[in-house]
Design a protein around this ligand. Structure first.
Ligand SMILES: [Zn+2]
Length: 329
């Protein structure tokens, strides 16, 4: 009786006495309800001390062996340094890029390079899905998605890094199709209705909570990661891509070409190792300096960052929940 009176009185007064009206002032980005325009607030993500991500798992997903090292290598190094366990997942067989006597030779050399890239990025393992290079648009996205959902569940992936599925002017079908497959696998992996046969095999619904999307062309950037402390590690990882570059032996070749003309560039140093390292840092990865400058940093990688929508009721509960006894008296 008392309880009914309590509610009746309070509701007629407009709102529950003794409680606060929910203040939902955050925009929720990934569910399509946020009203996000072409300008977004940018978060600068800096190195944090300690291991705040201990126990978490990231999947760095790339169509080709040079994609992650070029666009997200510094961020992968940073996140793993902060506690993540990392997996490098390569979607294509990398048969179409690099020099060699045959297609099979290029595939093998790129595969070996990719394993070395994963090691240099401190990833635990390199996983290959072996789709046809340059032809992934002939492959059903739902099949790629299904394999990714299986991996997300098996590896218990919390965070993915991949090409932006909404980036503009992307002309490589492998980039576009791979990104689209990851985009849908991201949320379906945590659904109890999708691929229920996985559960018969002992898996449970599990999907990533956030994603770092990178792009070659224009994109809505809302996350800038300061990779100043990781640029040399990133250069080292890119140098493992000897077969298709863009780092590899390019600096040494340029030094040799100039030497044949009786010329030299001081920035390339006096030996091939310095030439390769400095060419990679100052030319092949120059976008990291250009993009960083706009945000007052020395080296940065930029992303459209997406996190799974949080239900605003959860935050409201944590701030306003009361012991049940209060209502039972
Ligand atoms: Zn690529």
């Amino acid at each position: 009786m008392q309880r009914r009176n309590f509610f009746g009185t309070s509701l007629s007064a407009g709102f529950l006495q003794g409680t606060s009206e929910p203040q939902i002032d955050r925009e929720y980005q990934s569910g399509g309800t946020g009203g996000v325009g072409y300008q977004m607030p940018i978060t600068i993500e800096r190195k944090t001390s300690g291991k705040p991500h201990q126990g978490k798992v990231l999947a760095a997903i790339q169509p080709h062996c040079d994609d992650i090292p070029i666009f997200a290598g510094g961020t992968v190094l940073k996140l793993i340094d902060e506690g993540y366990t990392g997996y490098l997942i390569t979607l294509s067989n990398d048969s179409m890029a690099g020099a060699g006597p045959s297609i099979g030779d290029i595939v093998l050399k790129n595969e070996k390079d990719t394993v070395e890239v994963a090691k240099r990025l401190n990833c635990k393992e390199s996983i290959f899905l072996n789709y046809p290079n340059h032809n992934m648009d002939a492959w059903p996205i739902v099949e790629i998605r299904a394999r990714l959902i299986f991996l997300f569940r098996v590896l218990k992936v919390d965070t993915v890094l991949v090409y932006d599925p909404s980036s503009l002017y992307e002309r490589n079908p492998d980039h576009a199709v791979g990104a689209k497959a990851v985009e849908s696998a991201f949320w379906m992996a945590s659904s109890e209705w999708d691929y229920p046969e996985h559960f018969r095999a002992g898996l449970t619904p599990h999907g990533p909570k956030d994603a770092y999307y990178f792009a070659r062309g224009p994109q809505l950037v809302n996350r800038v990661v300061d990779i100043g402390g990781y640029i040399d590690g990133k250069v080292h990882a890119n140098l493992a891509n000897v077969t298709q570059g863009p780092a590899g032996n390019t600096g040494a070749k340029l030094k040799a070409r100039l030497a044949a003309q009786g010329k030299r560039l001081a920035i390339l140093g006096n030996d091939d190792e310095t030439a390769n390292r400095n060419y990679t840092k100052y030319f092949a990865l120059s976008r990291d300096r250009v993009r960083a400058k706009q945000h007052g940093l020395r080296y940065a990688e930029v992303f459209h960052y997406v996190s799974r929508d949080e239900n605003p009721i959860d935050e409201y509960i944590s701030q306003n929940v009361l012991p049940l006894q209060r209502f039972q008296r």
